[in-house]
Design a protein around this ligand. Structure first.
Ligand code: SF4
Ligand code: SF4
Length: 419
């Protein structure tokens, strides 16, 4: 139910968990992760993978029995399978049920990529489109074949995780097993065999096809109780029945370290993410120049991206080692999620006769965000302010419209590069 309902839960106006294909953004419980921030997801995936391996080494195929969606779907459609086995109208009704369940579950999977409201609008208007509509059809068809026919055969023959069991488990991992020391308690009623969905006999020992569903435990327990014999003839054991458990072993310790390390890495990279992404480059179409009044003009292009869910009022300032710099513009308003390229004119004063490249610290600040970038101001030699071609940047005088592309303009305090 959680998996089915999660796409309908919204946090701060967005799905609780959804990868938005159009914007290539992952919405995860109130946070938005951009595609180029996916190293956070990569680190989190490492953590999940190591934690999964650790849990498997300790607790065996607990995932198969209790966490796997395939197992959950097979349990939920068990009644349909039994109805189908009776034939007649029940067979047709059961297959209609399998088809409905397949359509619902495959749509549920798509809701983690397409907002459910948008999906339903598309269904109502028959306008889902070839990608979403086609994916729904293919996923639904595969799921129908799985639920109506393949069922536990998938777990026993195809599931890659099941195939990995031999490599992941050791002789101390938790397994469902038959206590062979008490074979005299077994009355060979075969109840455990009849209920086994993959058709194996747990009394023959641990087998790769076993999905740890626990059905054989539930089948045997009441028989032992009825006969007044000790429980746990078929039960969960760490390793073989009768052996002592050894939770702290080399493999467990190594995986515990890797799990803790990848968790720390995930937290560190997530904490290092900034709500404001800033890239600054010198504008190729604005040659640095020196005015007769001794000012040095440089042009920069800022690529700003608001990765948060609130608008940002971004303030810009540039500090050279000496003198001061006026920036135009020195404020930029960014809507949530907006990416904008801004051309910024830097007018430096008080540099004296310093020439060449002068490093300056560009500070970019918004509420809750503060970052800096080192930029290079280029100061041409005095007397050589000329540029061979006019700049396409239009400079705006106070109270006037854009009027010229000049050097030495005294209206510097209101100069703005055209967008
Ligand atoms: S259900 Fe229990 S008693 Fe019956 S065959 Fe299986 S292990 Fe033996
Ligand atoms: S042997 Fe028992 S736990 Fe394993 S699949 Fe069969 S019924 Fe489930």
């Amino acid at each position: 139910m959680v998996v089915l309902g999660l796409p309908f839960v919204t946090i701060r106006g967005e799905s609780a968990l959804r990868f938005d294909v159009r914007t290539l953004r992952l919405h995860a419980f109130g946070a938005a992760v951009w595609i180029d921030d996916l190293f956070v997801v990569l680190a989190a995936s490492l953590f999940v993978a190591f934690a999964f391996l650790l849990a498997t080494l300790l607790f065996g195929r607990l995932w198969c029995g209790w966490g796997c969606p395939q197992t959950a779907l097979l349990d939920l459609t068990g009644r349909l399978r039994r109805a189908a086995a009776k034939g007649g109208w029940r067979l047709a009704a059961a297959h209609a049920g399998f088809a409905a369940a397949s359509a619902l579950v495959s749509a549920n999977l798509l809701w983690y990529f397409v907002p459910p409201a948008e999906f339903f609008r598309g269904v109502a208007a028959f306008s889902l489109g070839p990608v979403v509509g086609g994916s729904w059809f293919v996923l639904g068809a595969v799921l129908y074949l799985d639920l109506a026919g393949w069922r536990h055969g998938f777990c026993a023959t195809t599931c890659p995780y099941a195939k990995l069991q031999g490599a992941l488990l050791d002789r101390h991992s938790m397994v469902i097993a038959y206590d062979a020391r008490r074979s005299e308690d077994c009355i060979s009623c075969r109840a455990c065999v009849r209920v086994c969905p993959v058709g194996i006999d747990i009394r023959d020992g641990l087998q790769a096809a076993c999905t740890s569903c626990g059905e054989c435990i539930d089948a045997c327990a009441p028989i032992m109780a009825k006969l007044g014999r000790r429980p746990r003839l078929v039960a969960y054991f760490f390793g073989e029945a009768g052996t002592s458990s050894r939770p702290l072993r080399a493999g467990v310790l190594a995986l515990a370290v890797l799990t803790a390390g990848s968790l720390a890495l995930t937290v560190a990279v997530a904490a290092d993410r900034s709500a404001l992404e800033v890239t600054v480059t010198a504008s190729a179409d604005f040659a640095p120049r020196r005015t007769p009044a001794g000012e040095v003009w440089n042009g920069f292009t800022l690529a700003l991206e608001n990765r948060g869910r609130e608008p940002l009022d971004v303030k810009l300032a540039l500090r050279p080692p000496e003198g001061d710099v006026l920036l135009r513009p020195d404020r930029v308003a960014l809507a949530p999620g907006e990416h904008r390229r801004v051309r910024v004119l830097a007018v430096a004063r008080g540099l004296g006769n310093t020439t060449g490249t002068i490093p300056g610290e560009l500070s970019v600040e918004a509420p809750g965000v503060s970052t800096t970038r080192i930029v290079s101001l280029v100061s041409p030699a005095p007397g050589r302010p000329r540029v061979s071609s006019p700049s396409p940047w239009k400079l705006r005088g106070e109270g006037e419209e854009a009027r010229r592309t000049s050097e030495g303009d005294e209206t510097r305090r209101t100069l703005e590069p055209a967008p």
